[in-house]
Design a protein around this ligand. Structure first.
Ligand code: KIV
Ligand code: NA
Length: 264
């Protein structure tokens, strides 16, 4: 059937069918998620935290993300792979943003790019989409702006709802094919979802969005650190891997691994 296309995601919205999205940064998880039928995989700048071990997404560079995007594209057959433009690679304006987006498309084979920001990024979104590159927007809480936003805080409560609605309409009108709503009050996310023609993808935005996204290490319980309220752990990968590692180490120390069948 080939790769998932943007028009198929819009058709799902029109039919009222919800869909799941996950992050991925490597070939094994990408192949598993692809076979499990996850239609969209995001190689997020959250690789900063979840691959490189930084304390925020701010330090990660284009050159650190491109090889990860290439790995995910190479390991998948069905999923649309979205490359996340990192902090500093698009804020200067449409020219810089298009240059970065073109690098992602040419050097990784990904199918779309994503950037953070609403109305303020409309010129970048317009330029990228006019060049034929599908763009996923990201509004509400935008981690690259955490210092300006005053930390990890729910967006769109009370009077701030107007800002979220204005940003949502701005990115849709600029040409985005979908929009991530991060840590947005549920009633506002619901309203945005009803008003926009394009799919909304929630993370900490309630159940009324068209789609949901989670960081895979959060979803699968590889990350066992303090998690935001919106995370649900569907497995205990950290427990499974700790147990395997301990048994391996014990067997090496005891001289029971390798056994004859592992030896030449
Ligand atoms: O980088 C990321 O993981 C993201 C998702 C949480 C939407 O931007
Ligand atoms: Na991101």
């Amino acid at each position: 059937p080939g790769r998932v296309r943007t028009h198929q995601l819009r058709a799902l919205k029109e039919r009222g069918e919800r869909w799941p999205m996950l992050t991925s940064y490597d070939q094994y998880t990408a192949a598993i998620f692809d076979r499990a039928g996850i239609p969209v995989l995001l190689v997020g700048d959250s690789a900063a935290n979840n691959v490189y071990g930084y304390g925020s997404t701010l330090p990660v560079t284009v050159d650190q993300l491109l090889p990860l995007v290439r790995a995910v594209v190479g390991a998948t057959e069905q999923a649309m792979v979205v490359g996340d433009l990192p902090f500093g690679s698009y804020e200067e304006g449409p020219t810089q943003a298009l240059r970065t987006a073109v690098r992602f498309m040419k050097e990784t084979g990904c199918h779309a790019v994503k950037l953070e920001g609403g109305a303020r990024c409309a010129p970048q979104i317009e330029t990228i989409t006019k060049a034929g590159i599908p763009l996923m927007a990201h509004i509400g809480f935008t981690p690259q702006s955490e210092h300006q936003l005053g930390g990890f805080r729910v967006q769109g409560r009370g009077d701030a709802a107007e800002q979220v609605l204005a940003d949502a309409h701005a990115v849709a009108e600029a040409g985005a094919f979908a929009v991530v709503l991060e840590m947005v009050a549920g009633d506002v996310a619901k309203q945005v979802t009803h008003e926009l023609p394009i799919p909304t993808i929630g993370i900490g935005a309630g159940v009324e969005t068209d789609a949901q996204v989670l960081v895979w290490q959060d979803m699968a319980g590889l990350n066992t650190g303090a998690a935001p309220r919106f995370v649900k752990r569907y497995a205990d990968l950290a427990g499974v891997l700790t147990e395997a590692t301990t048994r391996y180490a014990d067997e090496v120390r005891a001289g029971t691994f390798p056994a004859p069948e592992h030896s030449y």
